[in-house]
Design a protein around this ligand. Sequence first.
Ligand code: UD1
Length: 364
Amino acid sequence: MKSIDLVAGARPNFMKIAPLIKTLQSSDSRGKISFRLLHTGQHYDPELSGVFFEQLGIPEPAINLKVGSGSHAEQTGAIMHAYEKIISESPPDMCVVVGDVNSTLACAIAAKKQCVSLAHIEAGIRSGDRTMPEEINRIVTDSISDWFFTTSEDAGDNLLKEGVDPNKVFFVGNLMIDNLLINRARLRRPHFWGKYGLKPQRYLVLTLHRPATVDCLDSFKAIIGAVSSNSGGLPVVFPVHPRTAKTLMKIDKNFSNVIFVDPQPYLEFNYLVSNSIGVITDSGGISEEATVMNIPCMTMRDSTERPETISIGTNELLGTDATRIPEAMERLLNHQWKHGAIPEKWDGMAASRIISAFETILCS
Ligand code: UD1
């Protein structure tokens, strides 16, 4: 029996490991591959962590490093230190990291330095913007990984340009979309739906959490103001990430149609998106989910590491300031937004492709 460590640390990791665990538990790989789930504790608030475990049926982690928040170096260093100890006491046959958060990078380095085989899921995506901490995490993780699992042909091409052996790259599709398709029929209204009189197709969803969008008071305020005043009077539901909450405390929240709510659980958040007229966000993952649900998506960034959400999907980049919001909102409200299609292999089968590749890598 071969053993793998599955690493998860922050909110966007949880929806990616959930389908992998389901497949590992149900498939023929039972008896061939055992897994140890490791939570780094990067996200620890119940709204960012515990509720995702409950809703997505993720088992209790075998290990929780409980590192909590800190500067990038503090957080990354604390995870490396703690995981190194775990590996030296009981090394797995392979360490599996997903995405591009600090936990991904830290565990990748700790594993590789102890000569543990390293698999990176969602490898090869590149925004080209090295001011984003996630871009550094992606580049460094890919530079030391042994096995690469990609969500698009583009991502594979990026890896080949960086000199990766094509035999180590598996184009498998998108775990986040596996999770969405598994849970689509279970999506449910948030508790405040009735209180605010929300109606399908008659509200917008706004999420902002990246340092580049929320740490500058003026531009942050300008984005919310532009969405609010160009929404044609529709309500704007804004689930607020803890980092964003800190900035919100410093500004005058005088936006009459903006409904500020806590970070939403998975099922409620995707219910909100799937019933909205459109989403305004600085998240990459949400642009993928919006694409699959055919919901218009405006991304408040200058670049994306997920170009297929634009070339194929419903996403459009609006930049980091508010200037392009009025024109984009006008097109949205006049139903002139482009119709998207679903990118290749975003079909709910990524987890089974990944687990069969693991079996080939580890067991043959
Ligand atoms: C992290 C990821 C980002 C991802 C986002 C999703 C990195 C570099 N960034 O950003 O890619 O899109 O998660 O949410 O890994 N905090 C809490 N409760 C928590 C966790 C954090 O209140 O459970 C607060 C802390 O004040 C912390 C701040 O949020 O300082 C930021 O948390 P952190 O994990 O450093 O990064 P995120 O902004 O969440």
